[in-house]
Write a protein that binds this ligand. Structure first.
Ligand code: KIV
Length: 296
């Protein structure tokens, strides 16, 4: 049975940490789904790690739907949350609802939108119409770069109070959980205690109710940007580079493919084929000789 938004909420009351990770395709979703992940976020970080954009801003709904299709096909257990791209939900309630429905009809179980109090009416509208919503406050990659860049959030008392009110309004509006991105550990801990829905931290200390990481950071696959908070559990970039270089060398040297990666004809069929070639070549030669004679 797939994990539901209610299961995710109950994990907080049982003090069980929630494990979330991003994934954007069938094969990695399958790995996450069978490796103890509760929630797969099809993040708009896909725009950066899968499509090579320099931020998440250019990502479109149509691009996100392709990534979601892969994850839906690759996972059976984890809750799938689709990230709504920039411009697909602000400022119009009906635009937001129709875009959210595209993700839900595809098989995603919830959507995520960035913003605090300003998106509370939208969260209320979506949840009242049956769409589970995850909030996202603190650093908001879709808009923070436009206003202030990538800065640590909740450093001052006023900033922490602001975030706290954002979180409380999102909870009141019906969000089932909230991502806290790059929020100071102290603010994140107090916010996590103040709301009854789970907080999922990314760069926000270990007192959140769960954690999320971008899969390509966790695997050490994306090396354009290396955020301080993104622990690398593998060096896949080096691993993959070495594998591809070995393949290239073996192709060049003729070492690949070897007999273990090759299909063979049964010997008797090969013999017949060789005989055919011999006779047909001989016949061909005679015909060519005949042609030459008549031309002379
Ligand atoms: O797009 C994404 O990967 C995200 C996470 C950083 C939470 O929103």
């Amino acid at each position: 049975m797939r994990i539901s938004v209610t299961d995710i909420k109950q994990k907080k009351s049982k003090s069980e940490k929630i494990v979330a990770v991003t994934a954007y395709d069938y094969s990695t979703a399958k790995i996450c789904d069978t490796s103890g992940v509760d929630m797969i976020l099809v993040g708009d970080s896909a725009g950066m790690v899968m499509l090579g954009y320099s931020s998440t801003i250019p990502v479109t709904v149509d691009e996100m739907l392709v990534f979601c299709r892969g994850v839906v096909n690759g996972s059976k257990n984890a809750l799938i949350v689709a990230d709504m791209p920039f411009g697909s939900y602000q400022p119009d309630l009906s635009l937001a609802f129709s875009n959210a429905v595209r993700f839900i009809k595809l098989g995603c179980n919830a959507i995520k939108i960035e913003g605090g109090r300003e998106v509370a009416p939208l969260v209320r509208n979506l949840t009242q119409n049956g769409v589970p919503v995850m909030g996202h406050i603190g650093l908001k990659p879709q808009t923070s770069p436009l206003w202030e860049g990538y800065k640590i959030q909740g450093k001052s008392c006023n900033a922490a109070i602001d975030l706290l009110h954002d979180a409380m309004e999102l909870e009141k509006a019906g969000a089932f959980s909230i991502v806290l991105e790059m929020v100071t550990a102290e603010s994140a801990e107090k916010i996590s205690k103040a709301v009854s829905i789970p907080t999922i931290g990314i760069g926000s200390g270990n007192k959140c109710d769960g954690q999320v990481l971008v899969l390509h950071d966790l695997l050490g696959l994306y090396d354009d940007i290396k955020p301080k908070f993104a622990k690398r559990y593998a060096d896949s970039h080096t691993l993959f580079s070495k594998a591809v270089a070995s393949y290239a060398n073996e192709v060049k040297s003729g070492g690949f493919p070897d007999p273990t990666h090759t299909f063979s004809m049964p010997p008797e069929e090969l013999k017949k084929f060789e005989e055919y070639l011999l006779t047909s070549l001989k016949t061909g030669e005679k015909e060519r000789d005949g042609d030459r004679q008549s031309a002379i």
